[in-house]
Design a protein around this ligand. Structure first.
Ligand code: UT7
Length: 316
């Protein structure tokens, strides 16, 4: 499999740290020093996941000179879809006026890597020629806006990758260590009169320090494993494109790999953590501003709820 083009879309509304101090016991200084975040984009005014997802998809299609009718499958990675059903992939398909099968995948913030692996399997089966992976995330709807330990971290956005047959994706490594204790959220349970154990809806809960340690150790492990698989060293990699959960996690992984800051692109500063959309949004921005060029070697790495992790080597 290779990726032919990326696309992305972000909500219009940018929310600064200073705005959060108006209703939370926090400060711009704390958020910046502990996370690297200055602002994040939040969906407002009728923006929806399928709208952003379709905008991201259109950008990828335009960059690839393709039309929605050229798509054989749409895979949408989302931590919680726009609706319980239909899938967000179907809603995006409707907006694109495409005519292919659609499926949502949920691997938390690792969703882009998981979706790439599913896309690769579909392409290898030769049943499809072109798969659109869209990561569409609205974490602002899942967080508790009274919990300063989590709500300051997240943002909304969508990223897309157009996948075709080729040999750009050199290897993918995925892991899951089933554990709902350190990072979870509950949906509304309904009102079935026969079940007296229906959980109430609960926003995102996270043990930040546990996830921090998990993220640094597993990211280093996964990155070294995929480089090893491909017989390359860190010095041969043009960019390490990592999940944007915390600037300090990026710095810790970078220093363990003994690499320069320029090789670890960042958009957490202005976007916050957009879950599975972080990596495709960042790659699309790099494609737009010329940092990302055909032929470059990229290492992708993410971690998230599950707990899941994923890493890949991709020659663009
Ligand atoms: O996408 C995957 C999921 N998420 C992550 O990867 C997140 C991983 N974890 C982290 O990024 C960090 O653990 C956090 C940013 C969540 C927290 O940073 P920390 O340096 O681990 O802070 P902490 O939880 O140890 O809290 C230190 C202090 C506490 O006060 P006390 O008990 O020392 O008085 C917190 O109550 O900072 C306080 N605090 C805040 N203060 C101001 C926590 N959040 C805030 C805040 N503003 N927003």
């Amino acid at each position: 499999m290779k990726i032919r083009a990326f696309g992305h879309a972000l909500p219009k509304r940018s929310v600064t740290n200073e705005e959060l101090t108006r209703f939370l016991d926090t400060s711009d200084e704390w958020i910046q020093t502990h996370t690297g975040i200055q602002s994040r984009r939040i969906m407002t005014g009728g923006e929806t996941l399928s709208l952003l997802g379709a905008q991201a998809a259109k950008m990828a299609l335009e960059r690839a000179n393709l039309a929605p009718k050229d798509l054989d499958y749409i895979l949408c990675s989302t931590t919680r879809g726009e609706m319980s059903f239909p899938s967000t992939a179907c809603l995006i398909q409707q907006r694109l006026a495409a005519a292919c099968p659609c499926l949502d995948v949920n691997a938390g913030c690792t969703g882009f890597l998981y979706a790439l692996d599913v896309a690769r399997a579909m392409l290898e089966s030769s049943r499809v020629k072109r798969v659109l992976v869209v990561c569409a995330e609205q974490l602002s709807r899942l967080t508790d806006w009274k919990d300063r330990g989590t709500c300051v971290l997240f943002g909304d956005g969508a990223g897309a990758a157009l996948c075709e047959n080729g040999d750009g994706l050199k290897t993918v490594r995925l892991t899951a260590e089933g554990d709902a204790a350190s990072l979870y959220g509950w949906p509304a349970g309904g009102n079935c009169p026969f079940d007296d154990h229906i959980p109430k809806e609960q926003p995102l809960k996270m043990n930040g320090q546990e996830i921090f340690k998990f993220a640094v150790s597993r990211s280093q492990r996964d990155i070294e494993a995929v480089m090893d698989d491909c017989g390359i060293t860190a010095d041969a990699v043009d960019y390490f494109v990592l999940h944007q959960a915390n600037r300090r996690i990026l710095d810790a992984v970078r220093s363990r790999l003994k690499q320069l800051a320029e090789k670890f692109p960042v958009n957490i500063t202005t976007h916050g953590n957009t879950s599975s959309a972080c990596i495709p949004v960042l790659l699309s921005e790099m494609e737009g501003d010329g940092r990302l060029k055909k032929g470059q070697t990229l290492v992708l790495s993410a971690f998230g709820a599950g707990l899941t992790t994923g890493a890949a080597v991709l020659q663009y």
